[in-house]
Write a new protein. Sequence first.
Length: 455
Amino acid sequence: MDNLLLNWFKNGPNTQQLISFNHHDIVTSERFTAQVAFLYHQLISHNSQRWLLAAKQSDLFAAALCAGLLAGKTIILPANTQPGTISELNHQFDAVIADSPICEIKAFISLTHELALPAGKWPKVTKFGELILFTSGSSGEPKAIRKNITQLDAEVSILDHTFAAHLPHCSVLATVSHQHIYGLLFKILWPLAAQRPFLSDQIEYPETLSYYLAIMPNLCLVSSPAQLSRLPEALENQPQNNRPSLIFSSGGPLSYQAANDILHCYGQLPIEIFGSTETGGIAHRRQLTQQEPWQTFSAISIKQTGNNGVLCIKSPYLENSDQWYRCDDSIDLISSHQFHLLNRVDRIVKIEEKRISMAQMEHLLCSHPLIHDAAISFLTQPRQMLGAIIELTPEGQALLAEQGKLAVNNLIKKHLLSQFERVTLPRRWRYPVRIPQNSEGKRIQAELVSLFYHD
């Protein structure tokens, strides 16, 4: 590995590097260096060690992130800035560096676009701070994941080694948040280290994506399965004249149909990244076939363990890089560097004293011709039971409107009885237009459970 990120942090951007852009502004290396130096001096004058960082604009976020790490601070990245999230993390940080005062009782440094900053020099340091990312977790409880500069450098260097040959000198735009590990790596850290400008805004609408594709050649799109699955419909399922140079997807497996819909519109299959906040990237694939295996990154070692075939990895992205780390996924191991992903193994619950795999039940539900997608939640009130959240196909929605919820419930229960005993079937049913997901295309269990609070 060539220490791509670490060398960039030590030396700063070169004088020709363009950092970021949007439709009305660009950030040059000179302006970015001045911003980082300005924030660095504010941070080292503070005794506070743990700084919560949040900003909508990626250029401000990147400047604060660099300044914090260079100042030796611990940078806290919340999953989002909702009041409940910040309240849960209240004892995890001492101060805030953000584009708005999200916590009034803490010390605060404001992130703004200072256009009149004096020229500054890139801070020269020998010791860096660290990141703590807080994920929502499947239960909704915040979970702290520590990342130091060595771990981040290892992943950025491997990403560049793996994909640089596929990337012309391009710019990067993203539909995902930089507050999460995927957006942080693919939109902020890797582009900075590889001298690829990034769009400072987060793409929220297909029209915005099409606008930038029309005016700029060689754009790399960083997106998620949920967003890519909806994109072809917004493009009227038509081949596009203006196309990204490369498309990345992470946050969960992309369906074979969705991958090929993107191929039809943009002339290329997305590169999917499999991993987690804890592990970083583990493997990648392009779905050339319906059973396309995952290929591990060159630095990752894998094995199977236990009766469920649980995936274990060794990775330089982990704090203990020489120890095997047990993941929460079962796999079918094909070779030392290839596998098929099966189910999550941490979603086993007991219903009527019977062990039930919620992942297995979801998989069976999705095989029904009237069901587009499904989620199973474990409910504890008024007693322990399963709740089913079903996203119907247009045909299923028509049947629901014509015959009512009870008829559809019974039809789906009959389907589930092919693999599950009646006493274990879901007792409560919801039929939203779309299953709730966060900005990363992931399901948050607490949000799913909240659908059952009101009948």
